[in-house]
Design a protein. Sequence first.
Length: 259
Amino acid sequence: MIGQIIIIAVTAVALAQLNTLATSIYLHRTLAHRSLTLRPAADVLFRALLWLLTGGSRQQWVAVHRKHHTYTDRPGDPHSPLLLGFWKVQLWNIYYYILEARNPVTVRKFAPDLAPDAWERYVFSWGWVGLGLGTMLVGLAIGWWQGLVAMILHGILFMFVLAPLINGLGHWRGGQNFENTAYNSRVLAYVTGGESLHNNHHAFPRSPKFSLRRSELDPSWLAIRLLAAAKLALIVGVPIGALGGAAALQGADGPDVDG
Ligand SMILES: [Zn+2]
Ligand SMILES: [Zn+2]
């Protein structure tokens, strides 16, 4: 039984990491900010992976996120802890996400470039089919009930721990390299695909790289460089630190306030 529990826990954590990295690299950096482009095959692979793990709509995700950048911590921000309070965002991030994602005006206004294509219409808009298929695949690998439990645990980890930590804590407490309302957490960045370097991201939203200082690690950036080396991705945005980042920081070894 202990063996089974370990297999389920390891699978759930691995799936949550996979989901976090795919969300960060594809939905966030590739689509929402256009800081890199993907070869069509890699694009469909990311879409398929997210379909199997979340069943969500890429157009909705991108619209909600772009709205967050437009109204950061001001009325109109879908999930600001400064407006809603830290715990509301930490516990109910998924509720605030769904509320905004289901607003057709938000989706039309903020992500008109991602209107449903043939892939979306015939395959990826069937969210529950994706989730069911994803659960079946995990079940094939580790056993039926174990797969179901691992998928549910992965969903809880992703929706109630990792994503809210990025949106909530990322606008509440932490270190800052730049003057904006977002914060960095170097430790959390290890498990949030670099997304917790959120202060850097709000300062340079078009950068495909979120880390700036030597002490900051952005796992998604490592993956993006691998994708680029394999000719599956093309880096479009200027990586933070390559041009303006270091200048804005006045030398990457300047004083740092970390939380
Ligand atoms: Zn933010
Ligand atoms: Zn962003």
